[in-house]
Design a protein around this ligand. Structure first.
Ligand code: EPZ
Length: 416
């Protein structure tokens, strides 16, 4: 099994480009089922989760092909509305195909989505909304079977602004005969990108990015070309890598608006950040300050996906920081591994008390989830001596060539 080996202590310098967003492209890949035509997706990241989605699209009968980082999906021929269990178990976000398949085929049969290391991730909000839309749902033997003649448009209020449930309702209602509103919708930038993609296909959706989204159903959709938005969490990871090494790096291909919740935290750490239209420069020569209280929240709060990378940074800050993980029950698994590297972090339920240490020390550590993997690699960039990170199957789900890009800005890091 391959590992990443890091020799810490080198300041990162230079510029690095951020790839397209995993969490934007996954719902867009589900949307390609809707138009029964050609979908051209530019800057599509080459990630394990993307490949898992392509296996689902191929299984449904779509043709997929790559030209560099441009992905072409042709969904003219859909031959089934069933997704086999092994493909559903690959990743949690396979659930997002449900709305798109129901809209296209009026039927869908899937198993429950794959488990994720972040704790129980129920889909009750998805199911509740679909039932409200008049979709007949039978849940038995580990399968979810859905049937509908016509989507009954309605005003749906989400008990929690779930990203996945918001996306699934948008996908299910695009080809309906009326107007559906979603209130308390998730406001993440990836939701706005999905709206933009669907509207380029000929859909009529507005309000994404606010807590009220309105979908006016249309009869048909057309071919589409679209460039995926940059990955704000990957950008946050490069900023954290720069901060923990005391370096100066320009992170390119970002959208400043999407990054504000992340930028404000690095500023609170006392670091210098300059922004321009498509890049951010972090100058981390100064000592990193602790943060009194950092909570993960739905957007525009601080994203839970950047929690592990920022925890690595705060583990060497001058003073004690408190982090509250409000989004997932079990997203502190990287803490025990950071402790192997000399970090001083106490956990009490969903609260982490991070007492900054002078410097971390290299160790053999294991990643057990995607963002935890990035957090451990970032910690290794600071650590004295050598750090060996395994469990890279998690990293590859969301980072394209992470170690190569870090190497390009001065890190001593290899995969072997
Ligand atoms: C999306 O997951 C992201 N994944 C996650 O990123 C991200 O952490 C999460 O949103 C929150 O920002 C993708 O976009 C592919 P949710 P999603 O539905 O849609 C509970 C990463 O590292 N909930 O907003 O699954 C749920 O258990 C990944 O890139 C219910 O209780 O997130 C969680 O506690 C990890 N019932 C909370 O809501 C439901 O029906 C947020 O979940 C749905 C969700």
């Amino acid at each position: 099994m391959s590992k990443i080996i890091i020799e810490g202590g080198r300041k990162l310098e230079g510029a690095v480009r951020v790839h397209g967003s995993k969490n934007a492209v996954l719902p867009i890949l589900a949307a390609t089922v809707l138009n029964g035509g050609k979908n051209v997706i530019y800057d599509c990241p080459k990630l394990k989760d993307v490949y898992a989605s392509l296996e689902i699209l191929k299984c449904l009968g779509c043709n997929v092909s790559w030209e560099g980082n441009t992905l072409i999906v042709d969904s003219q021929t859909i031959s089934t509305h069933y997704i086999p269990e092994n493909l559903m178990r690959e990743m949690r976000s396979s659930i997002i195909f449900l709305g798109a398949i129901i809209a296209r085929c009026r039927n869908a049969i899937i198993s429950y989505p794959g488990g994720c290391e972040l704790g129980p991730r129920p889909i009750d909000l998805h199911i509740k909304a679909f039932k409200q839309l008049g979709i007949k749902i039978d849940e038995s033997h580990g399968y979810i079977s859905c049937k509908v003649d016509n989507i009954e448009c309605d005003s749906i209020h989400l008990d929690f602004p779930s990203v996945g449930a918001t996306e699934n309702i948008m996908l299910a209602c695009v080809l309906s005969n009326g107007i559906t509103t979603i209130s308390n919708a998730a406001k993440e930038p990836e939701i706005v990108d999905l709206q933009d993609y669907l509207n380029k296909m000929g859909a009529k959706i507005c309000g994404a990015g606010t807590s009220v989204i309105t979908i006016e159903g249309v009869k048909s959709l057309k071919d589409v070309c679209h460039t995926v938005i940059p990955d704000r969490i990957v950008a946050a990871s490069y900023l954290a890598a720069t901060a923990i090494t005391g370096g100066t790096v320009t992170v390119e291909n970002i959208m400043p608006l999407h990054m504000q919740p992340i930028i404000s935290v690095f500023k609170d750490c006392g670091l210098d950040i300059t922004e321009d239209k498509t890049s951010i420069t972090l100058d981390a020569k100064k000592q990193i300050h602790q943060i009194d209280f950092l909570r993960t929240l739905p957007h525009p709060g601080f994203p839970t996906d950047a929690q592990a990378p920022i925890m690595a940074v705060l583990s060497i800050a001058d003073g004690t920081s408190i982090i509250a993980e409000n989004m997932f029950e079990n997203r502190f698994k990287h803490v025990a591994e950071l402790a192997r590297m000399g970090a001083d972090i106490k956990i009490d339920g969903r609260i982490a008390i991070v007492r900054g240490v002078k410097r971390l020390s290299g160790a053999k550590v294991t990643a057990t989830d995607l963002r935890g993997a990035a957090g451990l690699i970032i910690a290794g960039l600071n650590a004295e001596g050598e750090t060996e990170v395994d469990g890279l199957c998690h990293l590859d789900r969301g980072y394209e060539n992470f170690e190569g890009n870090l190497q390009s800005i001065g890190a001593k890091i290899i995969r072997r």
